[in-house]
Design a binder for this molecule. Structure first.
Ligand code: DUC
Ligand code: ZN
Ligand code: ZN
Ligand code: ZN
Length: 426
């Protein structure tokens, strides 16, 4: 027997259109979007009067069950996705990390991890070195495995970082495969130097994390990656844009006609670095991620860039370690596992910060949390739209509701929440 569902009387919002209509769903697919649909008795009806009916969120940037900095993220594909669903995100795209340089082995390992899944997901592939075998593996990913986006790290010297020569080779291979190159843009050599300098000065706490890798190193790497992508003439997607410096490089390139996409993450949009200066290690260390959360002011400018279209979609970099794991770095900020939560909070905080404040419309909300991600990663209009034939990944938001975000009630396995005390709507 089929599952039939009618969502009645809500305001159906897509990226470029909204209207009061009913949404009729059969077996997980949207069959009709029209006002005043008549249905038979066997159909389950949900009254959405006075509420927004929108495409489920798609988080373009997560790390579930990732081995990183001597430990593993505490959210796996089950707990991270359960948190996502609780917060209105119905799909995410995670980063496969190669195993001993093998993309194939990396993908096998992530396919195993993803067996715990309770929602749809996709994969990007991280490229942590580059040689002929990686180049061949990239072709297999694109032609046989449906993975069409490759992330290069310009930071994490000694582990994930690629130098300019290898980045260029990778960009050329992306171009020849028609794949999208993504980049973590911080100058890893300079970060390494900055970290040594902090330790020499006796600055070993979480504030040293921010001081050792300032915005100018993000700006430099962003500019360099953009220019090298321009040199190869291939599009570039800059992940986790955290600073004015990086955003301005993206703005300049886009203005000149270069195909560059900029992805801010919620932490960079709504937080500032004040938490990193808390004298309590447990409080300060939970804010450690890379690139760092910046001084107050960067967040407001990034919000403006999202509002005016210089930045196109919002991710999270959800990469969660609990306070025991964060404490690995109690004597040395370089050992604090990098990452913050957000997969559950992203939709709430974009709504609260961007829509409630009038910086973007409800349509723009759908665009930056769902539709644009679906378009860029080739899953539109199956995802990212409420139209006939699309997957019924649907959220209903009551603009008059309100609840408090906190570590006690969230669904992630971690014991802290960087958005503690902020408010969301259900
Ligand atoms: N930054 C983080 O904070 N965590 C995961 C990887 C990254 O680049
Ligand atoms: Zn219409
Ligand atoms: Zn990164
Ligand atoms: Zn990341």
């Amino acid at each position: 027997s089929s599952t039939k569902l009618l969502i009645k009387g809500g305001t159906v919002v897509n990226a470029h259109h909204q209207e009061v209509a009913d949404v009729y769903v059969e077996d997980g697919i949207i069959v009709a979007v029209k006002p005043d649909l008549k249905v038979t008795d066997d159909v389950k009806v949900i009254d959405a009067t006075g509420k927004f009916v929108m495409p489920g969120g798609i988080d373009p940037h997560t790390h579930l069950a990732m081995e990183f900095m001597g430990t593993e993220t505490i959210d796996d594909f089950f707990s991270g996705q359960a948190a996502a669903l609780a917060g209105g995100t119905t799909m995410h795209i995670d980063f496969v990390i190669p195993v001993n340089g093998s993309l194939i082995a990396g993908l096998e390992s992530y396919e195993e991890k993803a067996k715990k899944s309770c929602m749809d997901y996709g994969f990007h592939m991280a490229i942590t070195k580059f040689d002929d075998s990686v180049s061949r593996d990239m072709e297999i990913m694109v032609k046989e495995k449906g993975i069409n986006s490759f992330k290069f790290f310009l930071a994490y010297k000694g582990s994930l970082m690629v130098n300019d020569e290898l980045l260029l080779e990778g960009l050329k291979q992306c171009k020849s495969l028609g794949a999208l190159a993504m980049v973590h843009a911080e100058n890893g050599d300079a970060v390494f130097e900055g970290q040594k300098r902090m330790i020499q000065l006796g600055i070993t706490g979480p504030e040293g994390h921010a001081l050792s890798r300032p915005p100018l190193l993000e700006g430099e790497a962003t500019a360099r990656a953009i220019r090298l992508a321009g040199f190869v003439n291939t599009p570039l997607y800059v992940v986790h844009v955290m600073s004015i410096d990086a955003m301005e490089e993206i703005a300049k390139a886009r203005k000149s006609g270069q195909r560059v996409v900029g992805e801010p993450v919620v932490s960079g949009l709504v937080l500032d670095d004040s938490g990193l200066w808390d004298s309590d290690f447990a409080t300060a260390s939970k804010f450690v991620m890379s690139p760092p959360i910046r001084a107050a002011g960067h967040n407001k400018v990034l919000q403006g860039a999202l509002s005016n279209g210089v930045l196109q979609l919002v991710g999270t970099d959800h990469c969660v370690f609990n306070s025991t794991q964060k404490a690995f770095g109690i004597d040395d900020f370089r050992k604090i596992p990098n990452g913050v939560n957000g997969i559950e909070e992203r939709m709430h905080l974009v709504w609260d910060t961007m829509v409630e404040s009038g910086q973007i419309s409800v349509n723009d909300f759908v665009r930056v949390t769902s539709t644009e991600c679906a378009r860029i990663f080739n899953i539109y209009p199956r995802k990212g739209a409420i139209i006939t034939g699309s997957d019924a990944d649907i959220i209903i938001l009551n603009p008059n509701s309100s609840f408090e975000i906190n570590a006690q009630s969230h669904h992630s396995r971690t014991d802290t929440n960087v958005y503690e005390g902020r408010r969301g709507k259900l």
